[in-house]
Every structure is written in C-alpha cells, then in structure tokens.
Design a protein around this ligand. Structure first.
Ligand code: COI
Length: 340
C-alpha cells in the first residue's frame, strides 16, 4: 500500500488506472468463470451490438475504507437488481446476483490499495459494465455478452461536500421519453445528455435539470442523478416519474429522512413548486448529495435556499449517509457489505 503516488484529498471524478479489472463472457447460454485482466484494452467484434445499436448498460457503486480499517461495499445487491432490470429491457443476458457480487468483491480485493484512506472523503468507485459483444447486423440482440467490473479511486463529482452548484433547464432538450428507457441505466441515456451538458458547462452551470418529456411541466431528474427537495415543514419530496432512474442513494435518503421524522413524498413534482423548497439537491452514487441553490430556465432565475451552504436538515441527511458509508457510526440498516 502507500507506494501509490495519489493525493487522496485532491481526487476528483476521473478515470484512473488501478491494477486490473474482472471480466466475464457469456457464450452458448452461460457465463464463464471470469478472470482478472491487467490490460485496459478489450478486443471486440467489429459488428458487436454494443458498438452499433447501443446494447450496453452500466452501474456505479462505491467501496469505503471504514473507521475500523475494513473495506466495505455500499448496497451492491441494489445495483445487481438494477443492472438486471436494464439487461431485461434491452434483451441482454442477465447477470445473476451471486455472479455480480462475486465480480464486485473480486475487483475490489484485487485493487484494495486504491481504496482511499479513512478520513478522506474519497471512495473506490466500482463500475460494472455489461454489453453485447457478439456480432449482429440486423437490429437483434447479441448472442454473446461481456460483463466487466472496473474500479478506481474517486473524490467529489462536483465541488464537494455540501457546496451548492447552479443548474439549468434547456426546454429544447429532453432526457428520456415516458415509455422509453429513462428508468434503466443504458449508455445511450448519457450520450443523449452530452450535448446539453457541454453547453451547460460552457454557460457556467454544473448540471442540467430535465423536465418530463411529454409536457415539460414536472421535474424528472438531473443529467447524472435524481432530484429531491426539502420543504420548510420537514418534507422530503422526490419525483415519481416513469422516465427517471431508480437511484439507490435516493432510496437510502428517503429511509434516513423518514427515520429522522420527516414526511417522505414520492409524487409528481411540478416545476412551478421549485421556489417553494427550502433546499433542493442532486443525489446519486457519484454526486452523493449536491445542493443546488440556483436554477435558470430561459430568462427566469430561481434562488433556492441560502446562497452559501445549506439548511440544517440537508446537512443532517448528508452527515448520516456519509457517516454510515465511511463507517464512522454503526450502520443501523445493514447496508454495508463486508468483502469476505
Ligand atoms: C453514478 O452515480 O454512479 C452514476 O451513474 C453517475 C455517472 C454517470 C457518473
């Protein structure tokens, strides 16, 4: 360990080479035994369905070096289930939960020295990837699939901690159609967000917020994460929409909020409610909780919550989830999974 020249406190969210990844191949109706690979390049069929038709899905989860020195993974079974929902929707071979968990643990163990030290805000980001690696030239599911789990140390996705960021709504872009694939984690959803995201960055916004594609009346989610708002009367409000990704972090926060005595409302959230929230935030594995204190839509500017920092309730949610993840407090929910 510590022969690595990584400044753990300066980690952002970038690709960083670790030791190896784990790779499995599905052929003739079954998954192979899997193997560790040091080579970061893969050889893939020129007519593979992933390259031509976007038959590809990914997940994101994290491992933490906890206060007692042990490395634990945050709710991997949730990601296993979600990856299989995605696989079903785009007709890929499912990855059995036991294989998913074995792959994640194998990848973490093989890269254990890349798990940031306790006391930093970093984590080992785990990126499972599933794609059609066999050839088809008609629009048909592949008969071969590749499942990879790669890992890398990461810090904060945006500014870090509870530093608020600005968001923008572009009414000329949608993220996902109501009966489309917004509720699963296919690569194409993220490709669709790249043009508006590049524009947002150029115009000085950290993130875009998407409204429902049918009416542009309801809040859906941010480009990389779910949306929630807190009201002055202690409600945790998050959109119920057919076109958003079921976020593991959001589900955890709903549970924590409920246990803190808040009322949790999962319902359609009209955009017109935006400035009635005492705080709004993006939540997800990569962004954890990132408060948004300013939303711009055309000529309208909405200020939400205090211009600096945030409200105590949001701070409490953040402290609770990050303390569980980093093993600073006992995990009352059984969310943290040991490596063994
Ligand atoms: C994650 O939070 O892991 C995500 O999937 C967001 C990712 C696109 C960076």
């Amino acid at each position: 360990m510590s022969t690595l020249s990584i400044d753990w406190n300066k980690l952002g969210f970038q690709y960083l080479r670790a030791n190896c990844h784990v790779r499995y191949v599905y052929r003739d109706g079954k998954w192979d035994q899997g193997r560790l690979e040091e080579d970061e390049n893969i050889s893939i069929h020129v007519a593979s369905t992933a390259l031509h038709y976007g038959q590809t899905a990914f997940e994101g989860l994290k491992a933490f070096r906890c206060k007692d020195g042990k490395v634990r993974i945050f709710r991997p079974e949730m990601n296993a289930g979600r990856m299989n929902n995605t696989a079903r929707r785009i007709c890929m071979a499912p990855v059995p939960e036991s294989l998913f968990l074995e792959a994640v643990k194998t990848a973490v163990k093989a890269n254990i020295e890349y798990v940031p030290p306790h006391g930093t805000s970093g984590a080992l980001y785990i990126r499972p990837l599933l794609f059609g690696s066999g050839p088809q030239i008609g629009v048909t599911p592949s008969r071969e699939y590749t499942f990879i789990v790669l890992t890398m140390p990461v810090g904060t996705y945006y500014k870090g901690g509870l530093t608020p960021v600005s968001a923008v709504i572009y009414d000329e872009y949608d993220r996902a159609a109501p009966l489309g694939v917004g509720n699963v984690k296919v690569g194409g959803n993220y490709a669709a967000s790249m043009e508006p995201h590049e524009r947002a960055k150029q115009e000085g916004y950290a993130v875009e917020l998407y409204l429902d594609a049918k009416e542009h009346k309801y809040i859906d989610e941010f480009s990389t994460s779910n949306f929630f708002g807190l009201t002055a009367d202690q409600k945790y409000v998050t959109p119920d929409s057919p076109s958003i990704l079921p976020s593991v972090t959001n589900k955890c926060l709903q549970r924590i909020a409920k246990d803190m005595g808040m009322v949790v409302e999962r319902r359609p959230v009209e955009f017109s409610e935006i400035d009635r929230f005492a705080a709004i935030a993006a939540c997800g594995t990569a962004v954890v909780i990132t408060p948004v204190n300013r939303v711009v839509r055309g000529k309208e500017v909405y200020q939400i919550g205090p211009p600096q920092g945030t409200i105590p309730e949001l701070q409490r949610l953040y402290d609770q989830i990050t303390s569980i993840q980093h093993g600073d407090i006992p995990d009352p929910y059984g969310w943290m999974v040991d490596l063994e």
